[in-house]
Design a protein around this ligand. Structure first.
Ligand code: RAM
Length: 360
């Protein structure tokens, strides 16, 4: 059995040396090690729901992108919860949503800094796996939030809502606005983003229903969660498809940039736009008639649930197995579902009638 201090040494080694060297120095990495020391399917030990909540932990948040207001809200929610629980919060992360190599090195940084748990929003489903598994082998609990990696590369995934619900309802929202007729496009984030790609698959599946027979998805464009690129991609879509009737943008950066473009163009109010946005970003465009309705969850609550899940894992109250339950403070009780997924709840649809009730 490894001691905690050996784990720490290995963590530091793994982060500063090559994986092979760290594995040798730490006595090799066998399948059994992985089984015993990490992975949703192979979490260490048994959960003890009555275990005390540990204090004095360090929980690192690693969003897709640090300068994105959505992640600012989410991570603030995480920070508040971590502090309330008597632990230390830290945040690291890239400024670009397409800097996957940067995300990998931030995982290694957190491992090297010997955090107790990390909450990661993955830019890419597979790219972080080696680094995340290394973290778990060193006793660090790994939660993904917002955007998942593969199930065996983390202990649990805190999902904003059912991916299926999100994908299908965005198509439904747009269909109502365009009378179920016309060409439509999707303006997504990064091409590799796990969350957006999952939602887009459900959008495509929803569009197979005969009630959408007169709607055609002509293109999926990628604005990389960059305001300027998203603006230009919207402009490009309208140039390429002048008969476009609607756009779905399942990204807070994308929908805002698309709304900005549409609102200053001849397409304002004519080309419908929906997707996932924050009420504060979208208020102007709802009030000026560019956007009728869009949806989102509360990012701060997502961050809070990620933090509480990370602390529950690090305290041994849960291991990430399906069926385990834990209390997430005032948010109430949550049950871990299939593949270690924990669902925050249902998203809210925002429109002119309710947008002023929200401030995030
Ligand atoms: C952007 C990011 C994030 C996504 C939201 C809706 O801020 O791509 O991952 O969940 O949009």
């Amino acid at each position: 059995m490894r001691t905690a201090s050996l784990r720490r040494t290995c963590a530091a080694l793994a982060a500063v040396t090559s994986f092979a060297l760290a594995a040798t120095a730490c006595g090799g990495t066998t399948k059994e090690d992985v089984k015993n020391e990490g992975g949703a399917a192979a979490s260490a030990g048994k959960a003890d729901p009555d275990a005390a909540t540990k204090k004095g932990l360090t929980v690192g948040f690693l969003p897709k992108q640090v300068n994105n207001p959505y992640f600012t809200s989410a991570d603030k929610g995480g920070e508040k919860a971590v502090k309330e629980l008597g632990s230390t919060f830290k945040e690291v992360g890239p400024t670009s949503a397409t800097d996957t190599a940067g995300q990998v090195s931030y995982v290694n940084t957190l491992t090297q800094q010997q955090v107790d748990a990390m909450a990661v929003s993955a830019q890419d489903p597979g790219a972080l796996c080696t680094a995340l598994k290394q973290a778990m082998r060193n006793g660090i609990k790994v939660v993904t939030y917002d955007s998942d990696t593969k199930a065996d590369c983390r202990n649990a995934f805190v999902s904003q809502a059912s991916a299926e619900d999100l994908g299908r309802t965005e198509v439904q929202l747009l269909a109502e606005q365009i009378g179920h007729k016309g060409d439509i496009a999707i303006l997504s984030a990064a091409q590799t983003a796990t969350n957006q790609n999952t939602w887009i698959e459900f959008m495509k599946d929803e569009l197979k229903d005969p009630k959408y027979k007169d709607m055609k998805l002509v293109k999926v464009a990628y604005g990389n969660d960059d305001a300027q690129q998203s603006f230009q991609q919207t402009q490009g879509l309208l140039q390429e498809y002048p008969n476009l009737k609607g756009i779905i943008s399942p990204t807070t950066v994308g929908i805002k940039a698309a709304a900005q473009y549409l609102s200053g163009s001849k397409y304002k109010g004519k080309v419908k736009l929906t997707g996932l946005g924050t009420p504060n970003d979208m208020r102007t465009y709802v009030k000026n008639g560019t956007v009728e309705a869009f949806e989102l969850w509360d990012p701060a609550k997502l961050g809070e649930l990620a933090a509480r899940t990370a602390v529950a894992l690090a305290s041994g109250q849960i291991t990430g197995q399906e069926g385990e339950t834990f209390t997430a403070g005032a948010m109430g009780e949550y049950t871990i579902g299939e593949d270690g997924v924990i669902n925050l709840g249902r998203p809210t649809v925002f429109n002119a009638g309710n947008i002023d009730d929200f401030d995030f």
